[in-house]
Design a protein. Sequence first.
Length: 318
Amino acid sequence: QGEKLWDAIRITAWVLGTGLLVFTALVNSLSGYLQNIWDASGYFCQTAWLKFYYLCEGKEWTIFFIGAAWIPALAFWGFNGILMVADVTGKPAFITRYRIQLGKNDPVDTKKLRQAIYTVLCNQFFISLPMLVPMFYVMKWWGNSFSKELPTFRWFLVELSIFTLIEEVLFYYTHRLVHLPLLYKHIHKKHHEWTAPIGVVSVYAHPVEHILSNSLPVMIGPMIMGSHIVTIGVWFSLALLTTSISHCGYHLPFLPSPEFHDFHHLKFNQCYGVLGVLDYLHGTDTAFRQSKAYERHKLLLSLTPLSESIPEEPKRAE
């Protein structure tokens, strides 16, 4: 066990170090060009931020609540509201024809869906919101989270890169932790009631798991960096939208592929992470790489569903 733990620590250190170097190189090479685009709209963004700041009369808790809770919640429920219409009604066909697990949730069980929505709302109101209180005081301690001046675009990119790395490491290992038999039985099994997930299920979890795997991996990055509330709001919204896409059950054109995490719900013991780097290093994506889902795990740049262009192989008759 000690040897395995040491291997895990060495792998984690390697991923963090290599990831930071790669992200730094990308940021340095691209940020100059992107900064010019940002500068063109920078005055508008800064002016809009100041208007919002003064509208809130500089009240830091109000600003923090809107940026860290209200705006991400609107992004989450707005996106998933559209998906739930498709899940329940089977329309519009533009969405439902991109279903990953064919024949599943067609339509979704409305009783099961109501239970999921109830659990998600409880997690958001009774766990996520209270967790924002200590986070607010951490950000207040840093002293620059509510600055009247927005961060530079380069620093914004650096912080998002660091947040992504921290989330990947924390989510992967906490996720594997709750897959241990005892914890799985009493905690994580709830989330895996959905073998064919839908978007809203991304936050359908036992309270302990919601704290350990859903919330802390996303919150720790901004708390370490002392990030601006605008950066926090963007990051929280992106994190919620990304996990919703990963669970949505549809491989939609021009959106990130959800095949990786959908395969986890289908097989349980594969694809624990978000980016897939740690899964590759730990060998927890071996079956996934041998599947048709791996061939479909790419950005769809056409309107033809990948379930049609890369169909599953027909099952052999026994």
